[in-house]
Design a protein around this ligand. Structure first.
Ligand code: SAH
Ligand code: SF4
Ligand code: F3S
Length: 476
């Protein structure tokens, strides 16, 4: 942008423009600023699939504004980090990586640096960025994604930094463009926000209350995805089981699953996350009746001890959880079950932790996402006494991992000689002529094969099982 643009009055100030109009204005500004070639954007996403899906929509908007994309931050004209606040470690990484942008920007003065997502939705973080990271041009929270074109326009006009972290109680914005990262796997958000307020969790504070997308919007997007050739659709929400509450369509999650299953096409349906409190037999029955629904259930239990579950405000007991698991296995004998666990919740004792350990041994999960408790400012658990030192919690954590490794090794062995349908996801990291694919149970198998198979379903027989690492060969 020419220097004098900075002080030129904005002819559109105070006018109510649509986001489409802001996109066009931004596009015009960009072609003025970069007359010789297309500006490039670098977008990096932290956190859960919900964030990945948001980034795909932001990239869709950047695309419409005229940006190309790069994986190399140094050649980018626009850098965006979409951040996560779920644990302290996630936040530390963001601060470290933003700090590392300072020398990059001093080499490239007109680079625009933007931060968005859950971490930015916290006022104390936005304040810290304002004070200590003056080279950051734009900060916006999770409620501002749909007005991203307007924020970009304001930022590109220059002159001042733009901060937008107001919490808005609005219905889900529809009609945003999407630039999907994969052409054979697609994220499909069905709801946003969370009402559960588990005492350790920051998500309800940074994502607001539950809002379901309209049934017609979900079905429409699913049809587009299928028409685009995708082989796997993952329905997303912090608690997919409460889909539809308050949306006025009268269709709950089990019904939605059946409707999507009825769409024509060769694709798999996945969903995450289910909360055990709202996971019903009706849902498990619906899943069992849907041939396109993968036989995989991600059902986080967090702790195997009832006192801790209560202190976490999870709304179910160990017994209720185990009952759900046994019903799921009754109606879908081949189901693969995964979970999330927190070790060292404030006040948890070693004996209570042993209940978590015994639960994983009883259920034999396919895999686990395990976390050491991380205090989050503003949550109820952050105010609770937390006498156990971190080093002690780490020991419990290692004990848990060791037990799960044995369970996973046992499970791997039980797969030897069996044949599974896998969706071929890509080449292995080593790029040694091996491909990697995922079973419907969300288990990875590596096998030799041609890269042309990526994005297709193949049948693979497991020939080797080393710990959790499975190798096989294509049978057809
Ligand atoms: N909505 C999902 C979870 C979203 S967060 C659910 O309820 O299942 C993903 C996982 O991060 C949680 O399941 C929990 O295991 C973990 N987590 C959330 N807050 C945490 C905290 N403060 N410390 C450690 N782990 C946490
Ligand atoms: Fe967090 Fe609980 Fe909501 Fe999951 S259900 S996002 S853990 S508050
Ligand atoms: Fe993180 Fe926000 Fe997801 S806090 S886990 S990116 S909802």
């Amino acid at each position: 942008m020419p220097e004098n643009n900075k002080n030129r009055a904005d002819p559109f100030a105070g006018k109510a423009l649509s986001q489409k109009e802001y996109t066009e204005l931004t596009r015009a500004l960009l072609s003025e600023k970069y007359p010789l070639g297309q500006p490039l954007a670098f977008v990096h996403t932290y956190g859960c699939q919900g964030n990945v899906s948001d980034s795909e929509r932001i990239k869709g908007m950047l695309d419409e504004m005229g940006y190309g994309f790069t994986e190399n931050v140094e050649e980018a004209d626009f850098v965006l980090f979409n951040t996560c606040a779920v644990r302290e470690h996630a936040e530390d990484r963001v601060f470290g990586n933003v700090g590392a942008l300072k020398p990059v920007k001093s080499e490239k003065k007109d680079m625009i640096i933007a931060l968005c997502g859950c971490m930015m939705q916290q006022p104390h973080i936005a304040e810290k960025i304002k004070k200590s990271y003056p080279f950051v041009n734009l900060v916006f929270g999770t409620f501002a994604i749909s007005v991203f074109p307007e924020l970009m326009y304001k930022t590109l006009r220059g002159g001042r930094r733009v901060f937008e972290i107001t919490e808005k109680n609005e219905p889900v914005a529809e009609g945003l463009p999407v630039r999907r990262d994969s052409d054979f796997k697609a994220w499909l958000p069905i709801m946003y926000g969370c009402n559960n307020f588990c005492t350790y969790c920051i998500v309800p504070y940074v994502r607001g209350r539950e809002r379901s997308r309209k049934l017609c919007a979900v079905i429409e997007e699913a049809k587009e995805i299928i028409a685009g050739g995708a082989k796997e659709i993952t329905l997303l929400g912090q608690n997919v089981n409460s889909y539809g509450k308050g949306s006025g369509d009268g269709v709950g999650f089990p019904e939605l699953l059946k409707m999507l299953n009825a769409l024509e096409g060769d694709f798999r349906l996945r969903f995450m996350t289910s909360h055990p409190k709202d996971c019903t037999k009706e849902l498990l029955d619906a899943m069992a009746s849907c041939e396109k629904a993968d036989r995989h259930l991600h059902l986080p239990f967090q702790s195997g001890n009832n006192r801790v579950l209560k202190a976490m405000n999870r709304g179910y007991t160990r017994e209720k959880y185990l009952e759900l698991i046994s019903y799921a296995r009754e109606v879908m004998p081949d189901i693969s079950i995964t979970s999330d666990i927190i070790v060292g919740f404030p006040g948890e004792t070693y004996e209570e932790f042993l209940d978590t350990l015994s639960l994983i041994k009883e259920v034999k999960f396919t895999s686990l996402f395990t976390f050491i408790y991380s205090p989050r400012k503003g949550t109820r658990a952050a105010e609770m006494p937390d006498p156990v030192p971190y080093a002690e919690k780490s020991k419990w954590f290692s004990e848990l991992l060791k037990a799960q490794e044995e369970i996973a090794a046992e499970r791997s062995k039980s797969m030897l000689g069996k044949t599974y349908e896998v969706l071929v996801e890509g080449e292995t990291k080593e790029k040694n002529g091996m491909l990697t694919g995922r079973t419907g149970g969300n288990i990875n198998i590596d096998f030799p094969g041609d890269a042309a198979l990526i994005g297709t379903f193949v049948k693979v027989k497991v020939t080797q099982a080393k710990n959790w690492l499975l190798t096989g060969e294509i049978t057809e």
